[in-house]
Design a protein around this ligand. Structure first.
Ligand SMILES: NC(=O)c1ccc[n+]([C@@H]2O[C@H](COP(=O)([O-])OP(=O)(O)OC[C@H]3O[C@@H](n4cnc5c(N)ncnc54)[C@H](O)[C@@H]3O)[C@@H](O)[C@H]2O)c1
Ligand SMILES: [Zn+2]
Length: 348
């Protein structure tokens, strides 16, 4: 097992290892302590019974709140149902919420926990690769509004994160690949010896790779907990990635779109002399090793229009995350004209 301490305003540990889901120690605060397990229907069918058994043995009275999987559930309506579920069981501040699942479960359960009784402690139990390396760490919680993704949320750090690598073995291939794209993103923003491990095969080195990614995210988040600057580095490949997701009407997955976004951004960076061609080749070889796509099926104008409708570009300028060397990206403020020129360079 590997343990990484995240040094945010509330310090906490992320534990990564085999079989942790039924093997972590958590001590109830009182003899009648309750645990609320929040999960989706797919994860529930795989892991809810084992977690309930473990928490019951620890001394908790358990209640499971299970919602349909998928982004449509990450809504205020589900939050309302969860808050009502908690109050109907008289959950109080000494009780605990367990977010068992991918990023959707983690974002939703974390958000509900952060507002219920003005804040109740929650533990993240990530079961997707993306949640393990990204969403379970850093304290961003959110749900979607009709106007867009993640528009209602809080910064609330979990009490602890337990990442059981064994749960990742049941992930469908495409969902595993989504996490691989985020891992390659970490290699591009802060290498830390990820490159050889990625090329050798992510599934062979899960504990080491997740630990490296969590420590990179931890360092960035500790510097910029409330997302006012440096944390934007974590968006490498995401500006164009989000545009590609949008152009595809969300038929291209987040990970695939980010993979294409990273490839485009790096190609543009080479053409505009921010970095060497060698960096593009390193990136492409990592993306190929993970069977991620690298070519964009859309035109310059389509990508540009989709990028502009992103909420972060409202002011007419956008912060682009531009790679300059392996493990180093810079934040580069660009106006709309420069954004267009970069997209043109990437697609030429
Ligand atoms: N808070 C953050 O910092 C942050 C960062 C990145 C992404 N996110 C959010 O994360 C969400 C995406 O997360 P995700 O990709 O984990 O999606 P997800 O939570 O929807 O999980 C993907 C699918 O995998 C299934 N699944 C989960 N674990 C499984 C397992 N072990 N075996 C088999 N199936 C399993 C789920 O039921 C779901 O159908 C988005 O809503 C995004 O906005 C948040
Ligand atoms: Zn992402």
């Amino acid at each position: 097992m590997t343990t990484i301490t995240i040094k945010t305003s509330n310090e906490y540990n992320v534990h990564i290892g085999q079989g942790l889901l039924t093997n972590f120690s958590v001590i109830p605060k009182a003899s009648d302590s309750q645990a609320v397990i929040v999960t989706d229907d797919i994860v529930a069918s795989l892991y809810e019974a084992a977690l309930t058994k473990h928490l019951t043995e620890c001394g908790f009275q358990c209640h499971s709140f299970i919602f349909p999987h998928g982004e449509a559930s990450k809504s205020m309506a589900t939050v309302t149902d969860l808050l009502q579920f908690m109050s109907s069981h008289h959950i109080c501040r000494t009780d605990l919420i367990f977010a068992l699942g991918g990023g959707i479960v983690g974002d939703l359960a974390g958000f509900a926990a952060s507002i219920y009784l003005r804040g109740i402690r929650f533990i993240q139990l990530p079961t997707t690769l993306l949640a393990a390396v990204d969403s379970s760490v850093g304290g961003k919680t959110a749900v979607n509004l009709p106007a867009g993704k993640n528009l209602a949320g809080t910064f609330t750090q979990p009490l602890t994160v337990y990442c059981d690598i064994r749960t990742l073995s049941t992930l469908p291939e495409d969902i595993f690949s989504d996490g691989c794209a985020e891992i390659i993103k970490y290699a591009m923003i802060s290498e830390k010896e990820l490159l050889p491990l990625i090329k050798d095969g992510i599934s062979k080195h899960l504990e080491e790779i997740i630990s490296l990614c969590v420590s990179i995210k931890g360092e960035v988040v500790a510097e910029d907990e409330f997302d006012t600057g440096l944390r934007q580095l974590l968006n490498f490949g995401h500006t164009l990635g989000h545009a590609i997701e949008k152009c595809s009407d969300f038929t291209i997955s987040h990970g695939s779109a980010v993979a294409i976004g990273m490839a485009l951004m790096t190609k543009a960076a080479v053409k505009m002399n921010f970095c060497e061609e060698q960096l593009l080749q390193e990136l492409l070889s990592m993306l190929h090793a993970c069977s991620l796509p690298v070519t964009c099926p859309y035109t310059v104008q389509e990508l540009y229009d989709a990028s502009l409708s992103d909420k972060k570009h409202a002011s007419g300028t956008v912060t682009l995350i531009v790679p300059v060397a392996l493990g180093k990206c810079i934040l580069h403020k660009a106006d709309n004209q420069e954004l267009y020129t970069m997209i043109e360079a990437a697609l030429s």
